[in-house]
Write a protein that binds this ligand. Sequence first.
Ligand code: FE
Ligand code: ZN
Ligand code: FE
Ligand code: FE
Length: 192
Amino acid sequence: MKSSETTSEKKLDQNQGNSKNKEKSTSEKAQGLRDLFENELKDIYWAEKELTNAIPKMIKNATSEELIEALTSHLKETKNQVDRLQQVFESVNVKAQEKKCEAMAGLVKEAIEIMESTAKGAVRDAGIISAGQKVEHYEIATYGTLASFARILGEDEAASLLEETLNEEKAADEKLSEISDAINLDAANQDL
Ligand code: FE
Ligand code: ZN
Ligand code: FE
Ligand code: FE
């Protein structure tokens, strides 16, 4: 007990000593952020591809014409976002690779659960909007972070491309908010 306490205290001292005495060079510092940037890029690349499969399922389950239109238009945008990510990979000289995004896999799983557990009509539409907005918020967080990382790493072309997608995700989220007002009211009046 006592000896393990001493060991961990010693480790802490050593770590503090390291960060004080061994100043990292600028490139060493940037490498950690660059690795993080590249990993998150691969994560969102998987996520966007997953969405090109998931959005059609949401369209099939939706009833409201406005919702179907919004989802159809965002599906087109999403396919373009996959291509845009390939441009980002190119611009930073990294091979375009997918890494499974557990968060998006979970959000899509929940979207499917919602569609399976609701009656078709306004209630299911309200559920689809709720699931869709969670997806958009995840994407907004991701692209905001990635664009910021890219700027700091001096990857201005990548940053501009990521900001372009960020704006599309924000617009998609706002569109869903807009159409949710009427749909949620309809949902409140729908019989089970
Ligand atoms: Fe997207
Ligand atoms: Zn993810
Ligand atoms: Fe989360
Ligand atoms: Fe999106």
